[in-house]
Design a protein around this ligand. Structure first.
Ligand SMILES: NC(=O)c1ccc[n+]([C@@H]2O[C@H](COP(=O)([O-])OP(=O)(O)OC[C@H]3O[C@@H](n4cnc5c(N)ncnc54)[C@H](O)[C@@H]3O)[C@@H](O)[C@H]2O)c1
Ligand SMILES: [Zn+2]
Length: 360
């Protein structure tokens, strides 16, 4: 496993982290970022790389999931060549999950693969996307349809950069943090149940999580991908909440943020587990109040643009399943820190749970 450096202000030591990971002095480093993040943090990254005797050059991509395409990857190849990147070079992603997925895929394919490193700058990318080595882009036919496994040489997580992130993005990322707590970090889950720290108790612009809490959330992902690096089984548990969540996200025309959709999806999974008598009702109550305390939605009827029919949600899930030539797979929370994978949840149970969550 590669090193993951985590600490407030650690962006200033990025160059040192790369050198410690075995990057030789003089290495050309393609710093891939977008027009939102680069103006905020690229100068600091460049400076730290130069101090460590590395040779950074900037590569810019447009912001947004709609640009997570092969066209953008192609533009990176051009920028890599212009910047003199060769097989001894390194690609560094400075940005959220979108930047990381694109830059990682470009690194995996350029000259049959060059080294790669990550500086995730959103909460979601810190606890989820930057670890595990999955990279890729979307096709018009669907998300993440082209990709590769590309493990970074190192990941540098500086919670300070979260101070400039939109509050809604932070909230959405919190859904995945709570998910990691529920999956495998009971202490973290318990700490998060009370909601965000009160504004009086925290410095303005400070992240909603302590570095220690971020580390606990990250550790859950690390533990799972270490056991199942190529997604043969266990890694599927990270999809807790995503069966219903993806369907709601799509039905809302992406008006619902990913984390918001996952929040509702997790509640549905917990209620299904309770309905099947595989979990105590207390579990879904605890989860719902934890999510609500972070201002995350917990009802299908909270999803924009208004209530949806349970049957439509079912059809959207079945459509996803057909695309993957798969059975509908449920990740069911059994207790805080314990989940099960189930492929035989009766449709009636799902529909009745969706009704209980305000679907028509
Ligand atoms: N590879 C994986 O394992 C994996 C896992 C989960 C998600 N993903 C992918 O991650 C993507 C979503 O990532 P995301 O939620 O980070 O979205 P994102 O990368 O689009 O970032 C969200 C927004 O925040 C901006 N931003 C990023 N950091 C900022 C900062 N510090 N200050 C101010 N603005 C900042 C971005 O420019 C963007 O506008 C999806 O494409 C998803 O498929 C990948
Ligand atoms: Zn997710």
């Amino acid at each position: 496993m590669y090193d993951i450096h985590l600490g407030a202000g650690i962006l200033a030591h990025l160059g040192g982290a790369l050198r410690a990971a075995g990057t030789p002095p003089g290495t050309r480093v393609a710093v891939v970022s977008n027009d939102v993040v680069a103006p905020l943090y690229a100068d600091q990254a460049d400076e730290s790389l130069r101090i460590a005797a590395l040779q950074p050059f900037r590569c810019l991509i447009p912001d947004g999931e709609q640009h997570k395409t092969l066209t953008t990857v192609r533009s990176l190849y051009d920028q890599f060549l212009e910047g003199g990147l060769d097989r001894s070079g390194l690609v560094l992603s400075l940005g959220g999950g979108v930047t990381g997925d694109i830059a990682g895929f470009a690194a995996a394919s350029f000259m049959r693969g060059v080294s790669f490193a990550q500086v995730p700058t959103t909460l979601l990318s810190m606890v989820d996307a930057s670890v595990g080595g999955k990279t890729g882009v979307d096709l018009p036919q669907g998300k993440n349809l082209v990709g590769a496994f590309e493990q970074p040489v190192t990941v540098v997580v500086d919670p300070k950069v979260l101070s400039t992130l939109d509050e809604a993005e932070v909230r959405s990322g919190m859904a995945e943090v709570i998910k990691h707590g529920l999956l495998g970090a009971p202490d973290l889950f318990a700490q998060l149940e009370g909601g965000p720290p009160s504004p009086e108790a925290s410095l303005p612009g400070s992240p909603p999580l302590t570095p220690d809490q971020l580390a606990q959330a990250l550790q859950v992902k690390i533990g799972v991908v270490e056991e199942d690096p190529y997604e043969r089984g266990l890694r599927a548990t990270l999809n807790l909440g995503h069966t219903v969540g993806h369907a709601l996200e799509r039905l809302s025309g992406f008006a619902l943020r990913h984390g918001e959709a996952i929040s509702i999806g997790m509640v549905a999974a917990a209620r299904i587990a309770v309905a099947l008598e595989r979990a105590e009702p207390e579990l879904s109550d605890r989860l719902e109040s934890a999510l609500a305390s972070w201002d995350l939605p917990t009802r299908c009827s909270d999803s924009h643009p208004g209530p949806i029919a349970a049957q439509r949600i079912w059809e959207a899930m079945a459509h996803d399943k057909k695309r993957r030539r798969d059975t509908l797979r449920w990740i069911l929370p059994l207790a805080v820190g314990r989940v099960a994978i189930s492929e035989d949840v009766p449709k009636e149970v799902v529909i009745s749970v969706l009704h209980s969550l305000g679907a028509r």
